[in-house]
Design a protein around this ligand. Structure first.
Ligand SMILES: [Zn+2]
Ligand SMILES: [Zn+2]
Length: 247
């Protein structure tokens, strides 16, 4: 499993980072985890090919995690003239939220006659869903976004990759991260609790309980970015746009 960080930023452009998007290459298959508004830009920068992506998994319905689907559609239709099917997995209501976002930003775009099939699949809490060679198990977290938000646990090729999505600390992160080869954890702030997000102190305190082999911090605010060198646990690494990791 090869992970490429396409975007490791928050919703506010902190540190000039692109919005949340991870690319995962598996033998014979490429998938994305989250698709922030800047996803196509980030893939273009890194030489990743959108048409090779067969599935996009969305953690929750905030624009910095799913709005890129709108530009993805335009790019697939007008630039690459995509013909291969695309599956989008996400919280209940994802198709309607995508359609209304696309209609708002590019009126008429949801009705373009596409050359490729776009198939939407909805998650069911704690129920494994298999798409291609990937099994994903969603666990609900705490982060109001108009539909249930999820942390996602991916199993493919004997490896486990898990992702917190956006959330304040919740115990459902434990089954998400247990035994994971890599747990990608949103870490919005260093020690000041802000809204429905995690702090480094929340994560640090729970590292043993999480039980992941490695933890990668992401979705960092400017306050967290300014203090990130104070994170010194050997199990923890810091995400940055363009980072590639073998899992
Ligand atoms: Zn976010
Ligand atoms: Zn969010």
């Amino acid at each position: 499993m090869k992970l490429t960080v396409v975007g490791s930023g928050d919703a506010f452009g902190s540190g000039g980072r692109l919005q949340t998007c991870y690319h995962v290459a598996l033998p014979g298959e490429e998938v994305l985890i989250d698709c922030g508004a800047t996803a196509v830009i980030g893939m273009e920068r890194l030489g990743l090919v959108p048409d090779r992506v067969s599935t996009i998994f969305i953690s929750h319905l905030h624009g910095d995690h799913f709005a890129g689907l709108v530009w993805w559609l335009l790019h697939a239709h007008y630039v690459t003239k995509r013909t291969v099917p695309l599956t989008i997995a996400g919280p209940v209501g994802i198709e309607q939220r995508f359609t209304s976002a696309a209609e708002t930003l590019f009126p008429g775009s949801p009705k373009i006659e596409r050359r490729f099939e776009m198939r939407f699949v909805e998650y069911t809490e704690a129920t494994p869903l298999t798409v291609g060679s990937v099994q994903v198990t969603p666990y609900e977290v705490s982060h109001p976004s108009g539909a249930p938000p999820y942390a996602l646990r991916f199993e493919a090729g004997g490896k486990i990759l898990s992702f917190s999505g956006d959330t304040e600390w919740v115990e459902s992160l434990l089954p998400t991260a247990a035994g994971a080869d890599l747990f990608i954890a949103e870490c919005f702030s260093f020690d000041v609790q802000v809204g429905y997000h995690m702090t480094w102190r929340n994560i640090e305190k729970n590292l043993d309980r999480l039980g992941a082999k490695r933890v990668m911090l992401t979705h960092m605010s400017s306050e967290m970015l300014a203090q990130r060198q104070e994170v010194r646990d050997p199990r923890v690494l810091l995400a940055e746009d363009g980072l590639r990791l073998d899992i």
